[in-house]
Design a protein around this ligand. Structure first.
Ligand SMILES: [Zn+2]
Length: 250
């Protein structure tokens, strides 16, 4: 109970400190219901086992395919080179996860690579993390790490002065801080990701399967940690669908 109170307080503190970025239209209930139905009724292909080597080669291929699009984007928007060339790490960890950190680092896990079926699903995740770098989201998130650890320390010392608790809550704050991009940044990263994939010639509906997959996971026990930081399944899928419709119209 106290623990979850900590979490909500820390999260509230962090979220309320994030400067507003791009704003997106609110979704209506019909769009959410449609997404819920898709999540419920879609039967996805089984995940494919990939060795470390196969995973690394696949991600390199994806980056090669999307680079012409991101290079152009970087040129047109004067984005510093460092944020347009990525250091990509394979993490030997069973957690289904990927994240952007530092100035240009992207890390993806073994659990992710063995948890999806198609190249397009992986491409969505990689493009999403790239989008966090292109959008300079990490700079803001780094501020959150500091705020997060501060929030943890303050809460820890107010509720109980013991050193143990202070360091625990500080860790907790730092951990959550390090994970928190604002919801608008997440929406922006998904939107940019779709744009990148579309312009790179990827099949967007195939890529969408990863969102459906994560949403289905979240309803089971093997909840992905990706969910701690990202919009919940139906909302995310509904937004994807809206962006997709927008692309088809144009
Ligand atoms: Zn993200």
């Amino acid at each position: 109970m106290i623990r979850s109170l900590f979490l909500s307080l820390i999260l509230f503190f962090l979220v309320s400190c994030v400067a507003p970025g791009t704003t997106f239209e609110e979704l209506d209930q019909t769009q959410i219901d449609e997404a819920i139905a898709i999540i419920k009724n879609t039967e996805l292909d089984e995940p494919v086992e990939r060795t470390r080597k196969e995973s690394v080669v696949l991600v390199e291929d994806i980056i090669e395919k999307i680079s012409p699009v991101t290079d152009k984007w970087c040129d047109e928007n004067n984005i510093p080179d460092v944020r347009c060339n990525w250091k990509v790490n394979y993490l030997d960890d069973d957690m289904f996860n990927a994240f952007a950190s530092g100035r240009n680092t992207i890390t993806y896990t073994k659990g992710l690579m063995n948890g999806v079926a198609s190249e397009e699903e992986v491409a969505f995740v990689i493009a999403h993390e790239i989008a966090h770098h292109l959008g300079n989201h990490v700079a803001n998130a780094q501020r959150n790490i500091l705020l997060g650890s501060l929030a943890g320390r303050v809460l820890g010392s107010v509720i109980d002065g013991s050193d143990d608790l202070i360091s625990q809550t500080t860790d907790l704050g730092a951990r959550f801080g390090s994970l928190v991009f604002s919801r608008d940044q997440e929406k922006e990263a998904d939107y940019f990701s779709l744009l990148i994939l579309k312009d790179s010639g990827y099949d967007l509906l195939e890529a969408r399967n990863i969102i459906i997959r994560m949403a289905q996971k979240s309803e089971r026990d093997d909840r992905s940690t990706f969910f701690d930081t990202h919009p919940t399944g139906p909302e995310r899928l509904a937004r994807f669908n809206e962006t997709y419709k927008e692309f088809i119209k144009n």
